[in-house]
Design a protein around this ligand. Structure first.
Ligand SMILES: NC(=O)c1ccc[n+]([C@@H]2O[C@H](COP(=O)([O-])OP(=O)(O)OC[C@H]3O[C@@H](n4cnc5c(N)ncnc54)[C@H](OP(=O)(O)O)[C@@H]3O)[C@@H](O)[C@H]2O)c1
Length: 258
């Protein structure tokens, strides 16, 4: 099959959480450019509106859905809105996430809850809702969770974030196991450091130089570095026999060094 067919997402409906900036914004644009209708979800409505306009301007289909993924009661309504616009969501990109860098003794119960409620609870409830709807509609579907290199490695000041992303990795495997019988695939992307608003201050300061030096490719990633992996996982034609996988895209960051 030619690549243009292999990655053709026409007829698919994607819901991307955290689509108001960074990776999520890029994911929405890439999915729309390959034919999917895309519901872009996040809290900042004005940024979603301008993303919808940009996608529409280049001939894509998108709608904005205001959503706080940590609000469990709001998840079903977001899927309803996507469904009303385009039909059952057949692709969910569980991308919304927050960092919250602090040394362990400085992390308050509220800090911990915030990270867990967005990065883990949000992923859980959205995946549950998406898969239930795919199953009820009898539609083949797939869920792409955004993990991190911190699903695998430890680093200072990110214990809560790393714990949440470690859990996303295990959730990916366990949901894949349970949803396989319904023809719903669940995979994850574990990005290394990609320049976005979540880490802009750090990577634009000199403090980041030693970190960049430790990356074998000697650079941090660009949002476009994830395009191919996203399309691979989103397309049932390209990755129909992949489920429970986590694809690391990190410039070699996780490679052991001696
Ligand atoms: N950049 C990296 O180096 C990197 C590496 C590994 C993994 N990741 C992961 O990639 C994902 C995207 O991060 P990013 O780098 O693109 O960061 P970002 O630019 O800060 O984007 C985070 C997105 O999450 C949304 N969000 C935050 N809290 C939310 C909530 N309660 N409900 C709904 N949406 C919420 C934000 O939208 P609103 O504020 O409008 O709600 C925003 O669109 C995260 O899961 C992050 O952990 C990033």
């Amino acid at each position: 099959m030619h690549a243009s067919q292999l990655f053709d997402l026409s007829g698919e409906v994607a819901l991307v959480t955290g689509a108001s900036s960074g990776l999520g914004e890029r994911f929405a644009e890439v999915l729309a450019a390959h034919g999917a209708s895309v519901a872009v979800a996040a809290r900042r409505a004005e940024r979603l509106a301008s993303l919808v306009e940009r996608i529409s301007d280049v001939g894509g289909k998108a709608c904005a859905v205001e959503l706080d993924v940590s609000d469990q009661g709001a998840i079903a309504g977001a899927f309803d809105a996507a469904e009303a616009a385009f039909g059952t969501a057949t692709i969910l990109v569980n991308n919304a996430g927050v960092a919250g860098n602090k040394a362990v003794f400085d992390v308050t119960p509220e800090d911990w809850r915030k990270v867990m409620s967005v990065n883990l609870d949000g992923v859980w409830f959205a995946a549950q809702e998406a898969a239930r709807r795919m199953k009820d509609a009898g539609r083949q579907g797939n869920i792409i969770n955004i993990a991190s290199v911190l699903s695998f490695r430890a680093a200072r000041t990110v214990a809560a974030y790393a714990a949440s992303k470690g859990a996303v990795l295990q959730l990916t495997r366990n949901l894949a196991l349970e949803f396989a019988r319904y023809d719903v695939r669940v995979n994850a992307i574990a990005p290394g450091y990609i320049l976005t608003e979540i880490n802009k201050d750090y990577f634009e300061s000199d403090d980041s130089a030693p970190m960049i030096k430790r990356i074998p490719q000697r650079r941090i990633g660009d949002v476009s570095d994830l395009d191919g992996t996203l399309l691979l996982l989103a397309s049932n034609k390209a990755s129909g026999y992949m489920t429970g996988s986590t694809v690391v895209v990190d410039g070699g960051h996780l490679l052991p060094v001696d």
